[in-house]
Design a protein around this ligand. Structure first.
Ligand code: PSV
Ligand code: MN
Ligand code: MN
Length: 389
């Protein structure tokens, strides 16, 4: 085995991908939610299912919560439950998009009373972080407008800045605010945080504990996401990812399923700078919905897709690449990248798993475990991922 493969395996062994609790509940489109048998009935069961993904991949040690979808009375007990199952509670996601009060926005709403309500929710999320030991608060706002003239674009930015500053001040020394942007939806004329530039400007003003989250499904078609990755990394403002795949808009399909080459290109920028592992502080999260496929295997497949893209990125011959780039050898440089992308890394990952005491094939091992049959029999009345949870 080459030195490059050996060091790739070491980095892969430490890689950790955070799972979204909502991926385990029922989900669908605005047309239909298809109920699956055996889905979790509460946050405890969501964490149990996430722990299965970690058990078979060894690479999914944390679970993100979404509040209030994952509201419980005792978050310390929930964190202890996670620890018992070998995982931990990761990012806390806020939700200011489901109440009637938020029809015209939350933190950007023209009515100060609605902004107060939304801000109090965000502060409550920081309280939950204190109880769970979570380091990151992920903020995504559905705020925006549908019609020109509906509200002042600039005033809405001012309101947003004020709320963010209040929440930022409440953070502990080891806590971060991760701001997620999205081009459109649910608003269609303006979103108040539509792009990385807006998120970056707010984070820059807030300070070092504020960073940008890139959800790979939140851009205009054709956007060069790896360019955004490179720029934010260079500025020290890349806080994390919500990984998923899309063909059209915010499809929330399994990461690496629509465009594995894009995922590789993203991981290449990260591998080049040595920030693939957990020590980088970059939160690698999935944000997906499994509308028609079974949820736990859907998550296992997604983690494997990230691992494969990462392995390929780590196999890039960076010396040869730098040499070709310095020589202006366009075709040579491109060939170095494509050689790595076209490598079949599945044997390397199978070997790594066996070295870690895992089954070489996580999908098959989970299928053979009987867990799916057990939850189907044990759980009646599983809940929707978000709506109604
Ligand atoms: C919004 O589309 C988003 O990507 C945000 O991360 C939300 O918190 C999440 O989806 C909810 O599914
Ligand atoms: Mn997201
Ligand atoms: Mn999304």
């Amino acid at each position: 085995m080459s030195d490059r493969s050996t060091s790739a395996k070491q980095i892969l062994a430490a890689q950790s991908i955070e799972l979204p609790s909502w991926a385990f509940g029922n989900s669908g489109t605005r047309f239909k939610v298809f109920a699956q048998h055996g889905v979790p009935r509460d946050p405890y069961e969501k964490i149990a299912d996430a722990a299965q993904v970690n058990q078979y991949t060894g690479a999914a040690g944390s679970v993100a919560l979404h509040i209030p979808w994952d509201k419980v009375d005792d978050y310390t007990a929930l964190a202890a439950h996670a620890a018992d199952l070998g995982v931990r509670i990761g990012t806390i996601n806020s939700n200011t998009f489901q109440d009637d009060d938020y029809m015209l926005g939350s933190v950007c709403h023209p009515d100060p009373a609605v902004r107060r309500k939304a801000t109090d929710h965000l502060l409550e999320c920081v309280d939950i972080m204190d109880a769970t030991g979570s380091a990151d608060l992920k903020l995504w706002f559905a705020d925006g407008t549908n019609y020109p003239g509906q509200d002042s674009i600039a005033d809405r930015q001012d309101r947003l800045a004020d709320v963010l500053a209040e929440v930022y001040d409440r953070l502990g020394d080891d806590q971060r605010l991760l701001l997620e942007y999205k081009l459109f939806e649910p608003s269609f004329y303006t979103m108040d945080v539509p792009d990385w530039g807006t998120a970056y400007a707010h984070c820059l003003k807030l300070g070092s504990k504020a960073q940008v989250v890139i959800d790979t499904g939140h851009h205009a078609p054709g956007t060069n996401i790896e360019f955004i990755v490179a720029v934010l990394l260079r500025e020290g403002k890349l806080g994390g990812f919500d990984f998923n795949s899309r063909f059209y808009a915010d499809d929330d399909l399994m990461v690496g399923s629509a465009d594995p080459f894009q995922l590789f290109r993203i991981m290449h920028e990260l591998a080049l700078r040595g920030v693939v592992g957990p020590e980088s502080g970059i939160a690698y999260m999935l944000d997906q919905c499994h509308n028609i496929e079974p949820k736990i295997p859907g998550q296992i497949r997604s983690v494997m897709n990230v691992q494969e893209a990462t392995a390929k990125a780590l196999l890039v011959d960076t010396d040869a690449l730098a040499e070709a780039q310095a020589a202006g050898d366009v075709l040579g440089a491109n060939a170095v990248l494509m050689d790595a992308y076209n490598t079949d890394v599945r044997p390397l990952l199978a070997e790594l798993r066996e070295e870690q005491g895992l089954d070489a094939d996580p999908m098959a091992a989970y299928a053979a475990s009987g867990y799916a049959e057990k939850i189907r029999a044990d759980r009646q009345g599983g809940r929707a991922a978000g709506w109604g949870a």
